[in-house]
Write a new protein. Structure first.
Length: 120
């Protein structure tokens, strides 16, 4: 499983792109200066790192994602469950719930997900 990790500054940067893509790289520089106080060189350095990791791409000075925010979070979540619970969703859910009760609506949503993702 490929590992996707973002440092705090990288995560804020990624969120900025995901919220506004497609984004001209020159506009990204201006946004990062305004939002983070970054210089142009810092913006391009962070962008290159995240492009090299396969999260974003910068083609013809237009920045877009290779992974959506949802896909990125999915990879991160699966990695967490794998590392922390040996990939066991029941063990993860037991720890996550911590004795709390599900609402009827939550239980129905989970049942629906199980039905949709079960091999039959």
């Amino acid at each position: 499983m490929k590992e996707y990790k973002l440092a705090e500054g990288e995560a804020r940067f990624a969120k900025l792109i995901w919220q506004r893509e497609p984004l001209a790289s020159s506009e990204l520089v201006k946004l990062c200066e305004k939002e983070f106080g970054w210089k142009k060189s810092t913006t391009y350095t962070v962008l290159k790192k995240l492009c090299d990791r396969g999260i974003f791409q910068n083609d013809n000075a237009v920045v877009t994602s290779r992974l959506s925010e949802e896909e990125f979070n999915g990879f991160k979540s699966r990695k967490f469950v794998e590392d922390s619970f040996g990939g066991s969703i029941p063990r993860f859910l037991t720890a996550f719930m911590g004795g709390k009760k599900l609402t009827k609506t939550q239980a129905e949503e989970i049942k629906k997900l199980i039905d949709e993702h079960t091999d039959n």
